[in-house]
Design a protein. Structure first.
Length: 474
């Protein structure tokens, strides 16, 4: 009997005793929708009657087709040229509705062709969210009508640091010689959204505010707190340059988010909200006057005002605000979603703040970390997240209550690109760790040794056929 080596492992796989002969794999699969199945549930049956796929919705059919494509990898051809497939009955449904990957397009620009390839691989793994980190201190990547300098100026930096930020800054030999940049037109993004939708992958935009805004302030200095102009940030780390609490900055936020909502049909719009220093506000007369006018008692509350303004735009469009877990410090509206990335920010943390959440913990789900000994691995930001570490991710506490389970939308991995400049490096950092994430997010994580067996004996060959690079199993 052939092994199927499915990743992520479906919820139930029952192998039949015999193989099934089909006239042709694609034509032989009959499809139907049943109200008795959940939205993303499907049933795949290969028996003497042929191959059939039943799902609860069109989304369920897409998921089932992905599994069917993996089943066909075990097919053979008989003497008459017919396709022979292992008999099997698969009953499947994900544990989580959010099964995502974030790619940092700001630190190093990720071309559309690379994102399309990632969408294909996400679909193979039955993952359904691609979160694009479109703006940061080091680059603005989305075209915004009426604000052309965001991409003309903010989309490019004159040089990029090579090596670790803390070790290399100040050494001229630690810099690239060429500028880096790029951006997506609105039409390019709409085309990418359509491409993703056809494969069951929804694109989630992120406009990080009010911090991580140096590229935007470089393009439009009037958005910032200083009198003198600044450039797009060339180094990594956290910039002190944040949006000023002025009418033009709030208008900027409203206009940018309105256009992003028009481009992206996704229910969620990510506003970052993380790592926002208050040092410029503390030294700003404008900020003091703003605080007095609004009755604010601390500079941190200025961040709350920006998040409130963003929420007004997002909720008016019928969408949902999502941000990194620091948004709790700004007392976000109760319908916001927290993306839990920091140590200690878990589902009970989210419950204490009354927020729905996505588990994105940096300990095991930051795929920019080293995979083994830094002496033998390509440059990474630091940390250590082996394949086994990632596969061991526990998104819910062992004693999770029904209320906590209900708050968790799902799981997301992050690939920050400060130290990942090329597509080859990106794929090396993602795979096969993202294969492990897919099984965690699907909710069928089992034995690690058995998972590695499925990778090495069948699944990595699928990545080979897609032209996707990966770190070899060790």
């Amino acid at each position: 009997m052939s092994e199927l080596h499915l990743v992520p492992q479906p919820r139930s796989v029952i192998m039949a005793r015999g193989d099934v002969v089909l006239d042709g794999p694609a034509a032989a699969l009959t499809e139907s929708i049943s109200d008795s199945l959940g939205d993303e549930a499907y049933r795949l049956v290969v028996d003497a009657d042929g191959a059939s796929l039943t799902a609860g919705s069109d989304r369920g059919l897409l998921l089932g087709r992905s599994t069917w494509s993996q089943v066909l990898d075990a097919a053979t051809t008989d003497a008459a040229g017919r396709t022979v497939v292992p008999g099997v009955r698969i009953e499947d449904e994900p544990a989580h509705s959010w099964r995502g990957l974030m790619v940092d397009c700001s630190r190093h620009f990720t071309p559309v062709a690379e994102l399309r390839k990632l969408i294909d691989v996400l679909a193979l793994h039955r993952m359904n969210r691609l979160h694009l980190h479109l703006t940061d201190d080091q680059g603005w990547r989305v075209e915004i009508a009426g604000w052309p300098l965001l991409t003309e100026v903010g989309g490019y930096r004159p040089r990029t640091l090579v090596g670790h930020h803390r070790r290399s800054e100040g050494s001229e030999s630690a810099w690239t010689d060429e500028p880096h940049g790029g951006y997506y037109t609105q039409d390019e993004l709409r085309g990418l959204i359509t491409y993703g939708a056809s494969r069951g992958v929804e694109l989630i935009p992120e406009i990080d505010l009010p911090g991580h805004m140096q590229a935007a302030i470089a393009a439009y200095p009037e958005l910032g707190n200083l009198d003198e102009p600044i450039g797009v940030r060339e180094t990594w780390g956290i910039s002190d340059h944040v949006l000023a609490p002025t009418e033009i900055a709030f208008r900027f936020v409203r206009e940018v988010l309105t256009q992003v909502i028009d481009i992206f049909p996704a229910q969620w719009l990510h506003i970052g909200g993380d790592e926002c220093p208050t040092i410029e506000w503390e030294g700003s007369q404008q900020a003091r006057e703003f605080m007095s006018e609004r009755g604010l008692t601390s500079e941190r509350q200025i961040q709350r005002e920006f998040i409130t303004a963003a929420h007004e735009v997002i909720s008016a469009a019928g969408r949902t605000l999502i941000g990194w877990d620091e948004i709790v410090e700004a007392e976000p509206p109760a319908d916001s979603v927290a993306m839990l990335w920091r140590a200690g920010a878990d589902v009970p943390f989210s419950q204490r703040h009354g927020l729905t959440c996505v588990y994105a913990n940096s300990a095991t789900l930051y795929l920019d970390h080293y995979q083994e000994d830094p002496e033998t691995e390509p440059l990474a930001i630091g940390g250590l997240s082996t394949l086994a570490d990632v596969y061991g991710t526990e998104e819910l506490p062992a004693d999770a209550t029904p209320e906590q389970t209900e708050l968790l939308l799902g799981v997301q991995a992050q690939l920050w690109r400060e130290y990942v400049p090329t597509q080859e490096h990106l794929e090396y950092m993602l795979f096969p760790r993202l294969c492990a994430v897919s099984e965690v997010a699907w909710g069928t994580r089992t034995d690690y040794v058995q998972f590695v067996h499925r990778l090495g004996n069948g699944h990595l060959a699928r990545l080979d056929r897609l032209g996707v690079g990966y770190r070899p199993l060790t």
